[in-house]
Design a binder for this molecule. Structure first.
Ligand code: BT5
Length: 272
């Protein structure tokens, strides 16, 4: 499989800012950590860290992100938004939609968003409702705060691109890849360039104060469905009624109570 090459990525970039400061690594612990260190050292907004392999790739809540070397897009984006702390999740929403659109554009594969931070490929029933999901990508957002203000936001994404189907069960029970779904290898440099173009395009209105929340909420495959949400202390069963401006899930439990659940604390699965 082809390795990512700086010159090729730079030739494909259509952005003014995103990816112009590119940190391309063969191997690192976590691209999010590299991006956070760069942020603290003063790196500009638009800095992008990409690695062929992570030795300590992270998901939420101390979980691991595993990806065979040279097969995926493992990258972290550095934002320096003029937003209040409570809006940091807007960058998660923006990045998820940018990635889903870039994958669709480059491969034709339809990708859904699953609250809070997954990109999934869905099997749909005759009614068009998603019945089962396979996880294609995950997003991990981390913030840097200075004097109670948002100093920076690092959004990391791992997209399973060219992972052969036989390696998927070793990653997670429901993992999938673009290769497994389409039967074709995807040009990762072109996908990265398309993704960064989408990020840049979407970031202009966001910085001008326009919330990405409505579009994101409308694209979530989970809304309106019966789901199970697990926090570290409890499990809630109910209907996912919607999401609020900060990205929290509003879950109507069976006794009628409305719970507000934040992305950092939970995992979500469909009910049997
Ligand atoms: C996520 O966490 O989905 C966020 C993953 C973010 C990864 C990127 S890669 C670049 C950047 N640098 C990092 O260190 N991280 C970011 P969460 O929702 O907690 O899901 C983690 C769970 O997904 C694991 O417990 C596994 O069950 C599953 N998993 C691990 N690797 C996977 C893979 N390659 N494909 C699908 N599922 C996977």
């Amino acid at each position: 499989m082809e390795r990512l090459e700086r010159a090729r990525i730079e030739a494909l970039l259509r952005t003014a800012r995103w990816g112009r400061n590119l940190i391309l690594l063969e191997r690192t612990g976590s691209t999010n950590d590299v991006a956070k260190e760069a942020a603290l050292a003063g790196a500009p907004e638009g800095t992008v860290v990409v690695a062929e392999e992570q030795t300590a790739g992270r998901g939420r809540l101390g979980r691991r992100w595993v990806a065979p070397s040279g097969t995926c897009l493992l990258c972290s984006l550095l934002f320096r938004p003029t937003l209040p702390l409570s809006r940091a999740n807007w960058l998660t929403m923006l990045t998820s939609m940018a990635a889903a659109d870039a994958i669709r554009e480059q491969t034709g594969l339809r990708v859904d968003l699953k609250w809070p931070n997954d990109l999934v490929v869905s099997d749909r029933g005759a009614d068009g409702q998603a019945r089962a999901w396979r996880k294609l990508a995950g997003v991990l957002t981390e913030t840097g705060v200075r004097e109670e203000h948002l100093d920076f936001v690092v959004v990391g994404i791992g997209i399973n691109v060219n992972i052969p189907p036989d390696l998927l069960p070793g990653l997670a029970p429901n993992a999938t890849s673009i290769l497994a779904e389409t039967g074709r290898e995807t040009d990762r440099a072109a996908l990265l360039a398309a993704f960064l173009h989408e990020v840049e395009r979407r970031y202009v209105p966001l910085q001008a104060g326009k919330s990405p929340q409505r579009e994101w909420a409308a694209r979530l495959a989970t809304i309106g469905q019966r789901v199970q949400v697990h926090t570290s202390t409890a499990t809630f069963v109910g209907v996912a009624e919607g999401v609020d401006e900060e990205g929290a899930l509003l879950l109507r439990a069976e006794d009628g109570t409305l719970h507000r659940l934040l992305a950092g604390d939970v995992t979500l699965s469909s009910t049997p």
